[in-house]
Write a protein that binds this ligand. Structure first.
Ligand code: PHE
Length: 332
C-alpha cells in the first residue's frame, strides 16, 4: 500500500491529481490516517515499532508530495507560458493602418495655406502668465474674459492660455517688425458642451509692418482668399463689426452656410451664415505693451475644431476627443 502511494506520486501529471493522492493518504478517511487509528489498538513494543515505521512512511510520503508539487508547479507554469506565447514578429494581416485625426487634417490644411502665403510658424508655452495672456492684450483686470468660468487658473496666478494670442506678444517681444506669422496650438477654457471642449486648438495670425503699410483691406483680402480655399469658391464671406480688446476696429467673419447654401437650416440657426473667425486691426495698446512704435498690423484667430466640424459635418465636438475608433476611422 505504501508503495502504491509513492508510486502514484511519481506518476502524477497534474497538481490536481497530486492533491487527490494527498487526500487519499492523509484525508479523514485516508489510508495513512487509518493506519494511525489502528495503531491505537496495539500495545507495547509492537506499537512502538509500528509507530516508528508509520511515522517514517508518513514523512517519506510527505516529502515525496512536496518535491513532486514543486516539479508540477514549474511544469504547469511552463505549459501556460508556452500556450500564451505571442510571436511579436508575426505579420498581422488583419491590422489597419492608422489615419490622421480629423483635427490634425484640418490644422495641416490651414497651415499649408498660410505657409504658402509667406507666413512663418511660431509657438509658445501652454502655461502663461497674466501679462502675456491678458494684460499685454489690452484685457484689463475687470474684463469678463478673465472670469473664473472661462479660465483655468493655477495657484500662483498663472493660467492655461485661453487663446493663442499670447504668442503674438512673445513674438513681438523677441523680434522686430516686419512680422508675418501664424501660431497654431492648444488652448484651454472651462467649457464642455456640444460645441465646446476644455481643450481645443486655435490658429492665430499676426502681420505687423511700418505704420501706414497695413490696412483693413489687406486683412479682408487674405481672410476671404483663405475661406474660399477652405470651403470652396462659391461661398460668400461677410465681415460683421465686433469687439475684441486687442483689435480696433474688430470684426467677426461669417461664411454663407455650407449646409443650406444660405437658405437657413438648423446648423446656421436659420440665419444662413456661419461664424468662423475673429479679426481686426491691432490695438495701439498692444503695440505699446511690447514697445513697438510707428507700426500698423492686423490679427486674426480661428478655432480649428470649428472648421473640422463644418468640413466633416460633425455635430458634437466632443466626439473628436473621445478616441472612439469607429468615429475616427470615418475620416481616414
Ligand atoms: N484671440 C481671440 C479669441 O480667442 C481670437 C482673435 C484673434 C480675434 C485675433 C481677433 C484677433 O477669441
Amino acid at each position: 500500500m505504501e508503495n502504491n502511494t509513492l508510486k502514484a506520486i511519481e506518476l502524477a501529471t497534474s497538481l490536481q491529481e497530486l492533491e487527490d493522492i494527498r487526500i487519499k493518504a492523509f484525508g479523514k478517511k485516508g489510508n495513512i490516517t487509518e493506519l494511525f487509528v489502528l495503531l491505537k489498538e496495539l500495545e507495547g513494543d509492537t506499537k512502538k515499532i509500528k509507530a516508528r515505521e508509520l511515522n517514517a512512511l508518513k514523512s517519506q510520503i510527505e516529502s515525496a508530495l512536496a518535491t513532486k508539487k514543486e516539479i508540477l508547479k514549474a511544469q504547469e507554469l511552463a505549459d501556460q507560458l508556452k500556450k500564451e506565447r505571442i510571436d511579436m514578429t508575426l505579420f498581422n494581416t488583419s491590422s489597419n493602418y492608422g489615419s490622421m485625426h480629423p483635427v490634425s487634417i484640418t490644422l495641416e490644411k490651414i497651415i499649408d495655406y498660410f505657409v504658402a502665403m509667406n507666413f512663418s510658424l511660431r509657438s509658445g508655452p501652454l502655461v502663461e502668465d497674466d501679462f502675456h495672456n491678458f494684460q499685454a492684450l489690452n484685457i484689463p483686470e475687470y474684463h469678463p474674459a478673465r472670469d473664473m468660468q472661462d479660465t483655468f487658473y493655477f495657484n500662483d496666478g498663472k493660467v492655461l492660455r485661453t487663446h493663442t494670442s499670447p504668442v503674438q506678444i512673445r513674438t513681438m517681444e523677441q523680434e522686430s517688425f516686419p512680422i508675418r506669422m501664424i501660431c497654431p496650438g492648444a488652448v484651454f477654457r472651462r467649457d464642455y458642451d456640444l460645441t465646446h471642449t476644455p481643450m481645443f486648438h486655435q490658429v492665430e495670425g499676426l502681420v505687423v509692418e511700418e505704420k501706414g503699410k497695413i490696412s483693413f483691406s489687406h486683412l479682408k483680402f487674405i481672410l476671404e482668399d483663405f475661406l474660399h480655399y477652405m470651403f470652396g469658391g462659391d461661398i460668400s464671406v461677410r465681415f460683421r463689426s465686433s469687439f475684441f480688446p486687442f483689435t480696433e476696429p474688430s470684426a467677426e467673419v461669417d461664411i454663407s452656410c455650407i449646409f443650406c447654401k444660405g437658405n437657413g437650416c438648423r446648423v446656421c440657426s436659420h440665419t444662413g451664415w456661419l461664424e468662423v473667425l475673429g479679426c481686426g486691426i491691432v490695438d495701439r495698446n498692444v503695440f505699446a505693451a511690447v514697445h513697438y512704435e510707428n507700426v500698423s498690423g492686423y490679427a486674426f484667430g480661428m478655432g480649428v475644431e470649428r472648421f473640422a466640424m463644418l468640413i466633416h459635418a460633425v455635430s458634437d465636438l466632443r466626439s473628436f476627443f473621445e478616441s472612439d475608433l469607429r468615429i475616427l476611422e470615418q475620416f481616414s
